[in-house]
Design a protein around this ligand. Structure first.
Ligand SMILES: NC(=O)C1=CN([C@@H]2O[C@H](COP(=O)(O)OP(=O)(O)OC[C@H]3O[C@@H](n4cnc5c(N)ncnc54)[C@H](O)[C@@H]3O)[C@@H](O)[C@H]2O)C=CC1
Ligand SMILES: O=C(O)CCC(=O)C(=O)O
Length: 394
């Protein structure tokens, strides 16, 4: 019996996805040395990668919880599931936008304080409700920073709700640009969003460039009483500056899906316990996509939706296949094919794709090849300068 491939989960992953793992796999939450890992927001930064680990599948969008550079250096592919939870996040953004604008959260908290007022409750409600007069969003300006899977959906639906929408994304993909409503006004300078918007929602990854993008300098430019929605990552906002801006009334409300000890005590902050992607549908979509991508890579070497390797695929026709991940430098393919010819192995098909400083080569080998024909092949390939990882799939 051939050895099963071990997959470990680091968070609760929907059964709809995990049940796709066939009998060739064993799912083991305690495994020390799995070939694949599936996770959601688990922080992997302090984790040493197991020696057998080949792939990490993030059931979700953000990958700031995974040490990408280290994974790349160790030849471990990292996947995410673009768009799979975007509708869930969009719905919660729009819910929060409307609910906060109508002071629903404050109103609910207040009305609960009347619990011991007996028959007077209806009268007190009618007297007290004037504290919670809100604003309609129709006709107001929404600034959307980041027009990817979530931002584009939020922008389009906000247009349908009667808002004037300004969008900023200097790196927008062609697909997203096509999907964007023509009523969304795209701007090239983020300052324009800060200056004009009554509500600002951010849908960007956390990177060195975006960290604390919302700070006292950017608050200075914004309209007084602007509402800020953060369903992206807590670290995009400078907490102390936000606290001050809320106290000064520069920011009217801060709705954040990423509570921490500071935001929980901020006046006018509305903390949500990271529920953006927590819908049944989104959890299933993400798990199914993550597990499929992981299995495809482990079984065929094909890559789709990686954040650190190039996407690459060859139709898998049962050939013995060699995969190699290496530096994107001249003559790597030449050196690989030369090693193959020294081993008397003939190429049936191949592809080579690059992403930034790295490249990935998939080679199908022709004919009936025995295990013995591969003896020493991977060791030899690993002696090529710039080679990071090789794998024979048989
Ligand atoms: N609250 C939650 O549960 C969830 C949070 N997220 C967060 O939302 C973020 C966005 O998710 P998606 O829309 O699915 O990702 P995406 O990759 O589809 O879109 C991100 C967009 O941000 C743009 N962008 C990057 N840097 C930018 C910058 N400096 N200024 C303006 N635009 C910039 C990119 O060009 C891209 O279009 C994720 O990175 C993650 O951190 C995602 C899913 C669930
Ligand atoms: O898995 C989750 O609940 C978090 C989703 C998220 O933050 C993301 O996809 O970036």
């Amino acid at each position: 019996m051939s050895k099963k491939t071990t997959v470990k989960t680091l968070n609760a992953i929907s059964e709809k996805g995990l049940s796709l793992l066939t009998e060739d796999y064993q799912l083991d939450e305690q495994a020390d040395n799995p070939e694949g890992i599936v996770l959601r927001s688990y922080n992997m930064h302090d984790m040493t990668f197991p020696s057998n680990l080949k792939a990490i599948a993030r059931a979700g969008a953000g990958v700031n919880n995974i040490p990408l550079d280290r994974a790349t250096e160790e030849g471990i592919v990292v996947f995410n599931t673009p768009g799979a939870n975007a509708n869930a996040v969009k719905e919660l953004v729009l819910t929060s936008l409307m609910a906060s604008s109508r002071q629903i959260f404050d109103g609910i908290m207040w009305v609960k304080t009347l619990a011991d007022q007996g028959a007077d409750v209806p009268k007190l409600v009618e007297q007290g409700k004037k504290q919670f007069v809100g604003k309609e969003i129709s006709g107001k300006t929404l600034g959307v920073i980041g027009l990817g899977a979530i931002g584009a959906r939020v922008a389009n639906d906000a247009v349908e709700l009667g808002m004037d929408v300004i969008g900023y994304d200097p790196f927008i993909s062609i697909d997203m640009a096509w999907n964007l409503s023509r009523a969304v006004q795209r701007v090239l300078d983020i300052q324009e969003v800060f200056e004009k918007a009554d509500y600002i929602t951010m849908h960007i990854p956390l990177t060195d460039d975006t960290k604390e993008m919302f700070n006292k300098d950017t608050f200075k430019v914004m309209k007084d009483n602007v509402y800020i929605l953060n369903f992206s990552r807590g670290e995009l906002v400078h907490d102390d500056d936000m606290k001050q801006a809320l106290e000064d009334g520069v920011v009217g409300k801060y709705i954040t899906d990423f509570p921490n000890a500071k935001t929980l005590t901020m006046k006018h902050a509305i903390p949500i316990p990271h529920l953006g992607a927590s819908s049944e549908e989104s959890e299933e979509n993400c798990a199914i996509m993550a597990v499929r991508q992981l299995m495809d890579y482990l079984e065929t070497g094909n890559i789709k939706n990686s954040v650190n390797f190039p996407d690459a695929a060859l139709p898998y026709r049962g050939h013995k296949r060699l995969t190699a991940f290496h530096k994107n430098i001249p003559n790597m393919v030449g050196q690989i094919t030369s090693v193959l010819s020294n081993f008397n192995l003939n190429i049936a098909d191949m592809t080579n794709r690059s992403y930034k400083e790295h490249a990935y080569t998939l080679i199908d080998l022709e004919g009936d090849i025995n295990d013995a024909d591969f003896m020493g092949l991977e060791d030899k390939l690993m002696t090529i300068d710039g080679m990071i990882m090789t794998r024979v799939i048989q």
